[in-house]
Design a protein around this ligand. Structure first.
Ligand code: UDP
Length: 257
């Protein structure tokens, strides 16, 4: 299972070399090592960024693949490399195209810690815990019901179970496959802030900021294929539940909730 990519869209635009080196070249090194040692099964953390600007939502596996930034292109290139390695070398893969990974291990052993935090839920919770003054809402002029962007947040534990099912399918001889992996439920930036206020019982100050470049209005996945083929059923799909675990992580050691 390969989780070692860089993941910041903005940084990939500023510094594509870093992204092609790590996400593509280093993945080729890994695949070569697998070949050398006879490892035939590969599970890859891909991304909804391979689809680019959504033509329709929810995005299913047939959606056109036209990434709009280097990050998305690195993920698509690796998916294509895997298809070629399957044909040529019989290496089987499952590509899991994540939507917005969120939440934390329910036992609070593992959680998100990015050196430069850019993700909505951890930033909102840093405001609640007092580590940050306010949250910038990137764009209040989208054509969505409350005019803020809608995303599909998937709890990390549900991502884990999808990987486990993918591994079992490969080990029982299934063919290579790519799956879109989200909740199928979209939540707006404002809904995230409101839900975080409810979960934490604290006021979360927000300021209006311009749109962030490259942000589509709505990104929601259709995960029917992985539900149907692998029996995947998300257990933590409710937004408050996702935020509750992220809050446990944000306040670990400081607060009993
Ligand atoms: N967002 C925001 N303020 C922030 C960070 C994110 O309004 O400080 C919005 C962003 O525009 C997007 C959503 O929150 O619509 C989720 O962004 P995030 O960076 O968490 O994940 P992404 O969708 O980029 O993978």
């Amino acid at each position: 299972m390969h989780f070692a990519s860089f993941i910041q869209v903005g940084e990939s635009v500023q510094n594509p070399d870093k992204y092609y080196q790590n996400n593509v070249a280093n993945t080729l090194v890994l695949l070569d090592a697998m070949q050398a040692h006879g490892v035939k099964n590969f599970i890859f953390s891909s991304s909804a960024a391979i689809f680019g600007e959504p033509r329709y939502t929810p995005i299913d596996e047939r959606h056109p693949q036209q990434p709009i930034n280097p990050y998305g292109r690195t993920k698509l290139i690796v998916e294509q490399v895997q298809a070629d390695y399957d044909k040529a070398y019989g290496m089987k893969s499952v590509c899991l195209r994540y939507l917005n990974a969120a939440g934390a291990d329910p036992e609070v052993q593992l959680g998100e810690r990015h050196d430069l935090e850019t993700h909505l839920i951890p930033l909102v919770l840093q405001v609640a815990s007092g580590r940050r003054k306010n949250i910038s809402v990137f764009g209040r002029d989208y054509g969505t019901p409350d005019v803020t962007c809608i995303r599909d947040y998937i709890h990390v534990q549900d991502l884990c179970s999808a990987h486990w099912l993918a591994l079992q399918s490969l080990m029982s001889g299934s063919d290579s496959q790519a799956y879109n992996l989200g909740n199928g439920n979209g939540f707006s930036v404002q809904e995230v802030i409101d839900a975080a206020e409810q979960v934490t019982g604290r006021k979360i100050a927000s300021v209006n900021s311009p749109r962030r470049e490259g942000d589509p209005a709505v990104l929601v996945a259709d995960s029917a294929l992985i539900r149907e083929r692998l029996g995947w059923t998300p257990q933590y799909s409710d937004l408050s539940t996702i935020i509750k675990y992220a809050w446990k992580w944000e306040t670990r050691g400081t607060l009993e909730i």
